[in-house]
Design a protein around this ligand. Structure first.
Ligand code: AMP
Ligand code: MG
Length: 334
């Protein structure tokens, strides 16, 4: 692959010539990283199987892990669904553009490689103007997983993408930090009742309220070899540094702190609970935690520490997505 170019683009009023340039790269089968409201995505034209294979190659992603397809608006998304019922329509109208992916039966124009061979496609409409202008300009939906190497931390800044994928993607559109910071909620509408396959910024309770039926959550038993939602792999999003988690701040006293260590917590730390030398991120609000979690992990990981410790987020649905990602990034302390 050639050198990766970075174009700085205005988040609110993206320069039309820059969008056009990125669209040409995509139309020719290339890879362009761009910001969605969740994390930076690594985009390719979703209907071009060869281009999509390039995503798997660049990420080192296992081919049984399906990709989310990003559309410009509800009408555009609907074209790629073989069935689009009242539930899909009402959720799309209510939450799009936004961080909700709907898993629906796919049409033949979505290639197997996007769907990891399954009969469904995960679609959503991203919020940022840059993302939607890009999709509109290409005129086709974009398959875009997170723009990181497989099993690394998802990128919330263009710099994270460059550090991980330099030389492996054609272009990075840098429009600044992502607003939400955690991957979308994935809702399987082919299940009865609908099932949250991956917790995210929109909670199961919000979806239940919108649908008027209780949605379920968590993995389903599927054929061995095919993952229901590979975003649910137990180890994922992990820093390179050894990373442990403790259930509560009270347990921090039991940690044997090396000289160089970092901490992520989601509530204020009791006086004297950790040594002064520990680099810390305290994120006591779920919205802030979602936005800053990956940034904190990237920051700590880049310091070459000997240990990162995270305290599990408190109970409550608002913390489900940060708790889920943190569990995948860390292993239990003792
Ligand atoms: P990412 O890992 O950030 O690339 O996000 C893609 C995730 O979306 C996958 O790991 C799945 O969890 C989910 N997903 C996408 N398409 C489907 C699908 N057809 N069926 C189930 N889950 C899907
Ligand atoms: Mg990912």
């Amino acid at each position: 692959m050639t050198r990766t170019r970075v174009l700085i683009v205005d988040r609110d009023e993206p320069e039309p010539d820059l969008i056009a340039e990125a669209a040409v790269v995509l139309s020719r089968g290339g890879l362009v990283a761009f910001a969605t409201e969740t994390v930076y995505g690594l985009g390719a034209v979703a209907t071009n199987a060869d281009a999509v294979r390039g995503i798997f190659q660049a990420k080192g992603r296992p081919s049984n892990n399906p990709l989310i397809v990003h559309a410009a608006d509800v009408d555009h998304a609907r074209r790629y669904a073989a069935r689009w019922d009242d539930r899909a329509e009402s959720l799309a109208r209510r939450f799009w553009p936004g961080p909700l992916t709907l898993v629906v039966p796919r049409t033949a124009s979505i290639p197997d490689v996007v769907a990891a061979g399954g009969p469904t496609v995960g679609v959503r409409v991203p919020a940022p103007t840059v993302a939607r202008r890009l999709i509109e300009r290409v005129g086709l939906p974009l398959a875009a997983p997170s723009a990181n190497r497989s099993n690394r931390i998802s990128p919330t800044l263009a710099e994270h993408v460059a550090a991980d994928l330099d030389g492996r993607v054609d272009l990075i559109l840098d429009s600044g930090p992502t607003a939400v910071g955690l991957e979308s909620t994935v809702l399987d509408l082919t299940a009865e009742p609908p099932r949250v396959l991956r917790p995210g910024p929109i909670t199961a309770d919000e979806l239940s309220a919108a649908l008027g039926v209780a949605v379920e959550s968590g993995p389903v038993a599927t054929d061995p070899g095919r993952l229901a939602s590979p975003g649910m792999l137990p180890v994922h999003y992990a820093p390179k540094t050894r990373a442990l988690r403790v259930p509560t701040v009270a347990e921090l006293v039991a940690v044997d702190w090396p000289e160089r260590a970092g901490l992520i917590a989601f509530e204020p730390l009791p006086e004297g609970s950790i040594p002064d030398r520990v680099v810390r991120f305290v994120l006591p609000d779920p919205v802030v935690a979602a936005r800053e979690l990956y940034r904190a992990l990237h920051d700590l990981d880049a310091r070459g520490l000997d240990l990162i410790v995270a305290v599990e987020p408190p109970a409550g649905a608002a913390w489900d997505a940060p708790r889920d990602r943190l569990r995948r990034a860390t292993t239990p302390h003792r």
